[in-house]
Design a protein around this ligand. Structure first.
Ligand code: GPK
Length: 836
């Protein structure tokens, strides 16, 4: 039977086609129906969680209807689509965003209120979807929001981890990791049990002659794991476009390969096989900016790349186009090198399965892919051991060698007198064991490579990928500075500020064109506007203060300067510099007379962030922050002048409370180490000022908002190498103020000094790789300037308003359009036009 219903019978379908709620009445009806039937609850036992689930189901129905129409329309029009491959999608909560994007939050608020609930309490029931570590995963989520909002036909492809990033608890000052059971009670995914792909691993490669006598290869035996699709609808803001995020889940296959291995009646081993298969999508690797070369991670990568490509090709084949048109229909963006195997997989399918010639296939491959690099840190660059890959993916390794051979031959032809260059640019590193350099594979297999901020992209061209610029010319390399979605990071996180701006501009159009924010600069001297602005900041600080009280028990003074650093804990991001600065402040206040203390600007230093479970130094930093908090917060000589807070389990939904509440936030990485940073943008967009180094997007933020509106400090990227070199040769003198801080630590002021020797000795004895001492004086002097500036609240307010007005450039919509024009060559598509 054809799956598609013949025309004469379609009338009945059209008549009964699912309807969307639009009014409060209709919403209430859907909500009550879901609570009473789908959830089997009633008004006698409906708690906030049930109200959340009912509301989510009502909105999900609505999204699914638009999602279906969007997919039909996109299929009918058959334009080029974007496929965004990312191992991480740090989505956070969905309900609030869905309500705002479809424009029915106020309707839901009224409806919920009629039925006895406060919408904020309902929203707070939702568990974050935390399928990511940090900036890279959040960028992918912002991309999805913008691509849908701008009506691009786009799909995200990722893995449906059973366990997302771990939940962080703080016990006696130490980080403890707890599993994240996010899938219980998650209404946003839509299982597609009928959409499966069988993925092969291990086995061996057979050479044979095909009918035409040509040498061909087939990959045989090994084991098969089944990929099952789970779809998540992605609604755009103020548009009907609802794109799809497809996440793959792994399951044992019941295919023939398994049967060979199954011992008849051996139930136990059958179950063990099942579990082994499910392990592939079981857990997100919790490392940020670090790759450790584990086999299971490689399995995850291939499983996801192969399933996604199969799906993309299946869709392409339905159109019956010639293979040469593939790059006109398909743009695949590689979010870092994690999906670089997709390059090899596409080449394999084209030559081994579809019978294309190598060169023709390779043309198609390179036109299809784009690669985004997110870091220059060497420990984050992926390399896979050749023996590991030989065992798991024998045919892919052969193809990688072939790609490398053709590439090196072309390089040799162009640079016949440069023997060195061949070993430098080879995909295979001649180490023991040999390693496959995934970044080189990604560059060679893509038509565009981009960095994520100007400085970062320049560093790629002048250092890491220098040889490739020589080989391919500068055009393959480009910059697209990151951005953030203003829907979540302004409208949703800071509804009052968004409303104030809308009132002044006459509409919410700025949420679709963030450059319109520049019009609020005209109100910088408007007294009523300024007062309102200040009131909103204060309310946001009160909201955070409540959260701090509820989670840590500490009272913080809302009039104090809220100084925030929230991001993954990493030595290069230098939370240690911040906490040493806090200790310096503490010691200084303690040394003051009562008179001097009166002039101190009260501060709350707020930290948050997870450490990778195996990253000892990062965990030590968390421990020190918590120990300093214990001492400082209980010191009667300090009172309200200084408080230190560590907010446990920093995630997207907490960021939505924290970003609007900062006066100052810290983006203080060693110059040249942070690709871009995106929380810097979130804080400024919410009216906070920032202290930062000349690194990543801080530089472009400064260019946009003006250097009088930012507190920059520290050494420049161009000086870092020299300083490190000097330290290495013993030319190192600990900054005297930092020495005073270390002395306090060594006096056991914050508990047993032995707990922190790794931290202090990495600076004093092991070369201070991250230049904490070199930047310390500049850092604390700049903080003194911050204190002074904060005392002039009127000027501070002017800086805050002016900065927000000039942040239009950092909209993710600008970013998405730049990728669309310069990398993907795709056009938006109106999904509201008739389909047939
Ligand atoms: C970069 F390489 C990586 C990584 O493994 N994880 C990650 O979150 C970040 N990133 C960069 O560190 C940030 O500077 C950048 O803003 C973000 O990716 C998005 O591009």
């Amino acid at each position: 039977v054809e799956a598609s219903i013949p025309e004469p019978l379609r009338e009945a379908w059209r008549k009964h086609s699912a309807a969307e709620f639009n009014t409060k009445e209709e919403f209430e009806k859907d909500l009550v129906r879901h609570i009473e039937t789908t959830l089997a609850r009633s008004m006698y036992n409906c708690d906030e969680l049930a109200a959340y689930s009912g509301t989510a189901l009502a909105f999900r129905d609505r999204l699914i209807i638009e999602w279906n129409k969007t997919q039909q329309r996109q299929t009918f029009k058959d334009q080029k689509r974007i496929y965004y491959l990312s191992l991480e999608f740090l989505m956070g909560r969905t309900l609030d965003n869905a309500m705002l994007n479809v424009g029915l939050k106020e309707t839901a608020r009224d409806g919920l209120s009629d039925l006895g609930f406060r919408i904020e309490d309902v929203i707070n029931q939702e568990h974050d979807a935390a399928l990511g570590n940090g900036g890279l995963g959040r960028l992918a989520a912002c991309f999805l929001d913008s691509m849908a909002t701008l009506n691009y036909p786009a799909w995200g492809y990722g893995l449906r981890y059973r366990y997302g990033i771990f939940k962080q608890e703080i016990v006696n000052g130490y980080q403890v990791e707890v599993p994240d059971y996010w899938l219980d009670n998650n209404p946003w995914e839509f299982p597609r049990h009928e959409i499966t792909v069988d993925i092969q691993f291990y086995g061996n490669v057979k050479k044979y002659q095909d009918e035409s006598g040509k040498i061909a290869h087939s990959w045989e035996d090994g084991e098969i794991v089944r990929a099952i699709a789970y779809d998540v609808p992605i609604p755009g803001y103020g548009t009907k476009t609802t794109n799809n995020l497809r996440l793959w889940s792994s399951k044992a296959s019941s295919g023939e390969f398994d049967f060979q291995k199954f011992n008849a009646g051996d139930y136990e081993s059958a179950v063990a096989d099942q579990q082994r298969a499910e392990t592939i999508s079981a857990v997100l690797y919790p490392n940020d900016n670090l790759e450790r070369g584990k086999e299971l991670r490689l399995k995850q990568q291939y499983f996801w790349c192969a399933a996604s490509l199969f799906d993309i090709i299946r869709r392409f084949k339905k159109t019956k186009r010639a293979w040469g048109e593939f790059p006109d229909q398909v743009a695949i963006q590689l979010n870092d090198t994690h999906p670089a195997l997709a390059i090899v997989e596409l080449q394999r399918i084209l030559i081994d399965k579809e019978g294309l010639e190598w060169d023709e296939a390779w043309q198609i491959v390179t036109k299809t892919f784009g690669y985004t690099n997110h870091t220059v840190l060497p420990e984050a660059l992926e390399k896979w051991s050749v023996p590991l890959m030989q065992n798991l993916l024998p045919r892919h390794l052969q193809i990688i060698y072939e790609i490398n051979l053709f590439f090196l031959q072309s390089v040799e032809k162009r640079f016949p007198n440069d023997r060195e260059i061949l070993s430098r640019v080879s995909i295979i590193e001649e180490s023991h064991p040999k390693m496959v350099r995934m970044a080189y594979l990604a560059i060679i297999g893509s038509h565009k490579v981009n960095g994520v901020a100007e400085l970062h992209s320049d560093l790629l061209k002048t250092t890491l990928f220098k040889d490739f610029v020589k080989i391919y010319g500068p055009d393959r390399f480009t910059n697209v500075t990151n951005g953030i979605t203003p829907r979540r990071w302004l409208h949703q996180a800071n509804p009052r500020l968004s409303a104030l701006i809308a009132e002044k501009l006459g509409s919410y159009d700025f949420l679709k064109d963030l450059t319109l924010l520049d019009k609020i600069e005209a109100f910088v001297d408007d007294k009523a506007f300024r007062e309102e602005w200040a009131v909103i900041k204060r309310e946001n600080k009160l909201r955070l203060a409540e959260h701090i009280k509820a989670t840590t028990g500490y009272d913080v003074n809302p009039n104090a300067l809220f100084d925030v650093q929230v991001k993954r804990i990493h030595e290069y991001k230098r939370q240690q510099l911040n906490i040493f600065g806090v200790i310096h402040r503490y010691l200084s206040i303690k040394a003051m007379s009562a008179e001097e203390k009166k002039k101190v600007v009260p501060r709350v230093s707020i930290f948050g962030g997870k450490a990778a479970p195996g990253y000892w130094m990062a965990k030590t930093i968390i421990h020190l922050i918590n120990k300093v908090a214990d001492v400082v917060n209980k010191d009667p000589e300090i009172g309200d002048l200084l408080k230190v807070i560590f907010i446990a389990d920093y995630n997207v939904s907490k960021a939505e409370i924290i970003c609007p509440a900062s006066d100052l936030s810290e983006h203080i990485s060693t110059a040249g180490t942070e690709g871009s940073g995106t929380s810097n943008m979130k804080f400024v967009l919410n009216g906070g000022l920032i202290i930062g180094t000349c690194d990543g997007a801080n530089i472009e933020i400064t260019r946009e908002i003006g250097e009088q509106n930012i507190f920059l400090f520290g050494n420049l990227a161009e000086d870092v190498e020299d300083l490190r070199h000097k330290h290495f040769y013993g030319d190192f003198k600990l900054d005297p103020q930092l020495e005073r801080v270390f002395d306090a630590i060594k006096d056991n002021m914050f508990g047993d000094k032995a707990d922190f020797t790794a931290l202090t000795s990495s600076i004093e004895e092991h070369g201070d790789y991250y230049l904490v001492s070199d930047d310390f004086n500049s850092y604390i002097t700049t903080h003194e300037m911050v204190d002074e500036a904060f005392q002039n609240q009127e000027e501070w307010l002017a800086k805050s308003i002016t900065s927000v007005a000039r942040m239009g450039f950092f909209s993710m919509d600008r970013v998405t359009n730049e990728y669309a024009d310069s990398i993907w060559n795709v056009e938006p598509l109106d999904v509201t036009e008739e389909t047939d």
